[in-house]
Design a protein around this ligand. Structure first.
Ligand SMILES: C[S@@+](CC[C@H](N)C(=O)[O-])C[C@H]1O[C@@H](n2cnc3c(N)ncnc32)[C@H](O)[C@@H]1O
Length: 193
């Protein structure tokens, strides 16, 4: 059986996560056994959903690289920037890029609020902040006409209601690959109300 380049790279990435997680908390240790099912598969779903879109991508608060590195592996022709304030997590991200041979990733070891606006066509985030705050981060770095892809847990409907008090946007909620009650929120026309 031939293993695809993508699968091979995802396996390498998962192996590095398992190795480094002992030293730095990339994901909760209790979820490490289910790394592929619990963490990587939803990022792969996002990669498939966004495949037809064009333009640079910024992943905010990348941590151990979810979903940013999975996207970079799935879409090697797209430029992807990962913004992460934690120095040790950035060392891990750089190490993965080197070991896996990812040439399409830039790692910005800075705070999202301090990075000069990046004007990206696509922005993603997972487990970073409640939606109202997250939209202020997205607003800083999204190009006009751009699209946000925000991975949200079971409380996503309440977060959307809360965010609508201060923001207007178009929303398509895609069902998560791992939990039917969680969602990948695809948002366009994001404006401060
Ligand atoms: C809970 S982790 C989630 C990481 C990853 N997205 C995931 O789903 O596994 C949130 C990450 O965002 C980073 N972070 C939080 N606030 C940030 C900020 N203002 N600027 C840059 N990174 C930030 C933290 O250091 C942490 O690595």
């Amino acid at each position: 059986m031939t293993v695809s380049r993508e699968t091979e790279r995802l396996n390498q990435y998962a192996g590095l996560m398992r190795k480094w997680n002992k030293a730095i908390n990339l994901v909760a240790p209790s979820t490490l056994d289910a790394l592929e099912e619990r963490h990587i598969s939803d990022s792969r779903k996002l990669a498939e959903l966004s495949k037809a879109t064009v333009g640079d991508w910024v992943d905010l608060g990348s941590g151990g690289g979810l979903p940013g590195l999975v996207l970079a592996i799935n879409q090697p022709d797209r430029n992807i920037s990962l913004v992460e304030s934690d120095k040790r997590k950035c060392s891990f991200l750089r190490n993965v890029c080197r070991e896996v041979g990812l040439m399409n990733v830039a790692i910005l070891n800075e705070r999202i609020e301090m990075v000069e606006p990046l004007s990206a066509q696509n922005i993603s985030a997972r487990a970073l902040a409640p939606l109202p705050l997250l939209l202020s981060y997205v607003d800083r770095h999204l190009a006009s006409g751009g699209r946000a892809w925000l991975m949200k847990g079971r409380n996503w409907r309440n977060e959307v209601d809360e965010a609508r008090k201060d923001w207007s946007f178009n929303l398509t909620a895609h069902r998560s690959a791992t939990d039917p009650d969680s969602a990948i929120l695809e948002m366009t026309d994001i404006r401060h109300a």
